[in-house]
Design a protein around this ligand. Sequence first.
Ligand SMILES: Nc1ncnc2c1ncn2[C@@H]1O[C@H](COP(=O)(O)OP(=O)(O)O)[C@@H](O)[C@H]1O
Ligand SMILES: O=C(O)[C@@H](O)C(=O)COP(=O)(O)O
Length: 413
Amino acid sequence: MIVGAIGDDFTGSSDLGLMLSAGGMRTVQYVGVPEEAAAHDVDAGIVALKTRSVPVAEAVAQSRAALRWLKAQGARTILFKYCSTFDSTREGNIGPVIDALRAELGDKGAVIVCPAFPATGRRVFMGHLFVNDRLLSESGMENHPLTPMTDPDIRRWLGYQTACGVGHLSLSALRSGKGDATLAAEAAAGRPLVVCDAIEDSDLFALGALAANVNLITGGSGIALGIPQTLGFSAATAPAWRGEAARPALCLSGSCSAMTRRQIEAHRIAGGAQRLLNVEDVVEGRTDFDALIEWASKASGLPLIYSSDDPAQVLAWQQRYGTGRVASAVEDAFGTLARLAVAAGIGRLISAGGETSGAVVGALGIDTLEIGPAIDPGVPALRATGRDLVIALKSGNFGAQDFFYKAAKVLAA
Ligand SMILES: Nc1ncnc2c1ncn2[C@@H]1O[C@H](COP(=O)(O)OP(=O)(O)O)[C@@H](O)[C@H]1O
Ligand SMILES: O=C(O)[C@@H](O)C(=O)COP(=O)(O)O
């Protein structure tokens, strides 16, 4: 293993997997920290954790354990993947995990911090994060159920979370070849966590080249765009892929993002079969999961079970039951639905939402996921190793309007 990555959620880890695999690296996504050694032919290993919204100490402990395992497999380029919208609270978990990984690596130099992913509209300029033509804090992410992003200045937000100083690599310094010197100067000045501007793929390739002299590279999947090339890999031909055309598909969505809600509407208009998971029933333990799976197996049109709702309704449930209680009850519900669906013969599973997908994959007892072709930027088709089960884990914000039907088709191919 050459590249070792730690992902703070499951959709994000598959997004990174797609980037590394498209760059020509044989990439495997592990579900949690494996107990066994990695296979010898793995170039890039991603340990997918569900640490984005857990207490800081838990995120730190799991990330440290992942790093130790990756180092033991020989990984020498270490990545920490978080969300391209920097999903976190003022308390963490991105800063504390970076601090811990840096300590574990004995790193005294600069750390690259860059959530930019231009292919999906995420750009960092003057240390501020944009989603398409909006600042992060006006992009809809200010309404996220667990990690509302109310400040677009990544330097300031990270500053709340870390014990280290936060520096900046400007676009002009990067483009004028002063990247290495700026990273070194920021680390020497006591600002080793360097937020890097990047607005085009060419900037990410430039950061990829700087990564050769950096011990810890952190960001969205865009940060890995230039890494395979820096390590001597060249763009891959399409990965070998075998879909599950003969087996039925089911979509599950716990993402409340604006994009997912548009995709749900498009699925309905296209003739998809839909059921809204009633949050009150879920929290009160009254949901009839078997009936839902029975309905899905008889549905005409692609079935979708969703809890996704608009910000006002999400807030109302959170005020009634508490944010953590609603989130974990709904996540557990999707885990149960996934387990029953696969037992009932579903072979193509499409899950929308990072936390949701963590619960789904966890409930299915999957150890590793192999990366297949792209469905949309940042969302690959995945196969559960050794099983007749293919999956798509969609980030809340990713995917085109027709994502659900498109994913079912790619998973069948
Ligand atoms: N109707 C709802 N009301 C409140 N919380 C919800 C509702 N539906 C889903 N959730 C919770 O919101 C969170 C959504 O996060 P996630 O699945 O990561 O989506 P995204 O990828 O859009 O961030 C999950 O914890 C989920 O259980
Ligand atoms: O970087 C990204 O935006 C995604 O890879 C990601 O992390 C997805 O997280 P969710 O939006 O919570 O699914």
